[in-house]
Design a protein around this ligand. Structure first.
Ligand code: GCB
Length: 591
């Protein structure tokens, strides 16, 4: 330990000012099931300041120490209550031009009142998404630290509330090579409290988690339930699906319960997105949700939904909007799904990180199959155990959040990572984690072509149920005919989804089909790609890159101007480029 001399001023000289918050880390283990609960919104206007020097952490502003021990007023550097207001949820980058490129710490503050509604109730604050590391302080004390920019986390506040409460949230959006994703990505690093924040009350004994699904291989005749209780070890829960005449008592032992029950639900599919009202009660607590039942599997090089082979007619999409950034809303999600349906698609790859919880809910209702992914993207630090822990936690938080969504058929453990030994171990462990937590979905990842051997080859493929492959023949790879060679050279035992291909085109930029950045070039490339792909039997799905043009700082040529222009639709999410119709026609033809 460095010896501190008499003039050591901790708020200025202390370099290790962050580690004292590590005991407050929240992970998937702390997640609270919010299905069917009464959520009290903590959205709205919060006071906000950018804090690039992290003075709020260094100087412990959260303590709001305004007077010294002997009563002298201190010259403090904060005044939370008069800072400008910012909307929660929002990405701070979208709220003012000064904050557009801001990637440091942002300090949020708000007050709220609390009055107990039921004696003995427990209370929680639920953050649906904050980019990237979040420190939470309640009534001047640290209560939570969370890593990961796209998954929810829960903070229990039972016993910490007063009549008037102050909540401070410090959100650190810095890019960092040990994080997931690391510092280099092809999307914009939006910062802040960009998804909903809720206050939640529960009874003292509560249902913490539940997993409801059709039992794979049961001939669509069995439904399984697993759940966890917090606050009691034994007792009886009641599981109901009224429309199937199911009302069943389930014993709880050691805080856990499970059930397998005969039932023949109408199966969920894109054509018939049937959902059932399902509920579980225990003691004074009850949770409920609308849940669909379906079976997805891979057999003999094909993907089967409820026993019917399905070609995954899809497209990739980022969570990115010209004016909202990464914040979204139900209207936007529904508009995307409408665009997908207009394109005759049934499948979306939600790239490259978990999108909002609302997406899979709406996909359940509207009949869209989803690929959900964690941001194990490009050159993650595969050698760093802390990076692995973070990635595994993000994957677990995603699975905990969305495992009851029939629409989600694939968990993806990453995208375009070089095939090294460290990466193989890291991503195999992630794939096994996904399998251990959930045996009702396929596990995949977007793998690369081996350009030396000219075939799809990646050691991770052994761990996957379905292989994602990104290829850019005709764009980054000059010789389009190489795609034909690569696909013909590849001998596989598992189906492949071509998870990316495409070309940049600026909406309204017209020219000949061999002029890059024109809509015609992109259109022609799509025609050639589909012409080749349709001859390859192991290709069982395609998700072109990408639905909408999206913000990407590393894209700065005259056509891009800060956007990746490979969208089939412009960044306004409305104006369709010529290639849109090529995809729509191809998908119509596949039926
Ligand atoms: C890729 C990446 C994706 C990029 C895309 C591109 O292979 O997976 O994140 O945005 O290429 O446009 O280059």
């Amino acid at each position: 330990m460095e010896k501190k001399s008499g003039n050591f001023e901790s708020s200025i000289h202390e370099k290790d000012y962050r580690s004292k918050f590590l005991p407050f880390v929240k992970t998937a283990k702390d997640a609270l099931c919010i299905d069917g609960r009464d959520l009290e919104s903590l959205n709205g206007e919060w006071n906000f300041t950018a804090d690039p020097y992290e003075s709020a952490l260094r100087g412990q502003w959260y303590e709001e120490k305004r007077f010294s021990e002997d009563g002298r007023e201190l010259p403090c550097d904060f005044d939370f209550q008069v800072w400008p207001l910012i909307d929660v949820p929002s990405c701070w980058n979208m709220t003012s031009p000064e904050l557009f490129y801001y990637e440091g710490m942002g300090v949020y503050y708000r007050e709220f009142t609390y009055a107990e509604k039921k004696a003995g109730e427990r209370t929680f604050i639920q953050f649906e998404g904050a980019q990237y590391r979040t420190y939470v302080f309640l009534n001047n004390k640290p209560v939570a630290l969370h890593d990961g920019g796209s998954t929810p986390f829960t903070v229990e506040t039972t016993g910490l509330l007063q009549r008037f409460n102050k909540i401070m949230v410090f959100v650190d959006a810095a890019r960092d090579d040990s994080r997931v994703p690391m510092s280099n990505t092809d999307w914009f690093n939006y910062g802040g409290l960009y998804r909903d924040v809720y206050f939640v009350r529960t009874p003292k004994v509560l249902i913490k988690d539940w997993f409801v699904r059709l039992v794979p291989g049961s001939g669509y005749k069995k439904i399984a339930l697993d759940f966890q209780i917090d606050g009691a070890k034994t007792g009886k829960a009641v599981f109901c699906i009224p429309e199937l005449d199911i009302k069943k008592e389930v014993s709880v032992s050691n805080g856990k319960g499970s059930l397998e029950i005969s039932a023949s639900p109408e199966l969920w599919s894109p054509e018939n997105p049937k959902l059932y009202d399902v509920s579980l009660s225990f003691d004074d607590d009850e949770i409920s949700d609308k849940i669909g039942f379906r079976e997805i599997k891979v057999e003999k090089m094909k993907v089967y939904l409820n026993g019917k082979a399905r070609y995954l007619k899809g497209v990739c999409v980022h969570e990115d909007h010209e004016t909202l950034g990464k914040t979204t809303n139900d209207d936007e999600i529904r508009a995307t799904i409408q665009n997908l349906k207009d394109m005759n698609g049934v499948f979306l790859r939600l790239a490259h990180y978990p999108h909002t919880r609302r997406f899979a809910k709406i996909a359940d209702e509207t009949g869209v199959m989803l690929w959900e992914e964690v941001p194990v993207y490009w050159a993650i630090d595969f050698t760093n155990p802390a990076t692995y822990k973070d990635a595994e936690n993000q994957l677990t938080e995603l699975i905990v959040r969305d495992k009851n969504r029939a629409s989600v058929i694939i968990w993806s453990v990453g995208n375009e990572n070089a095939d090294t030994d460290d990466r193989l171990k890291f991503m195999s462990d992630l794939a096994r984690t996904a399998k251990r937590l959930d045996n009702t979905r396929l596990v995949s990842a977007a793998c690369l072509v081996n350009h030396v051997k000219m075939r799809l080859e990646d050691r991770l493929m052994d761990e996957l149920d379905i292989i994602g492959n990104n290829e850019y023949y005709g764009w980054y790879e000059p010789n389009f005919d190489d795609l034909i060679t690569v696909l013909n050279n590849t001998k596989l035992t598992k189906p492949v989804v071509i998870t990316e291909f495409g070309a940049g085109a600026k909406y309204g930029n017209h020219g000949t089909a061999d002029t890059m950045w024109t809509e015609e070039y992109q259109e022609e490339l799509y025609k050639k790609q589909f012409e080749t792909m349709k001859k390859i039997p192991f290709i069982q799905g395609t998700t072109p890159w990408i639905f909408y043009d999206f913000r990407a700082v590393r894209r700065q040529n005259r056509y891009q101007q800060g956007f990746n222009r490979k969208g089939l639709i412009d960044a306004d999410h409305k104006r369709r480029k010529l290639a849109f119709k090529v995809v729509a026609d191809y998908y119509a033809e596949l039926d």
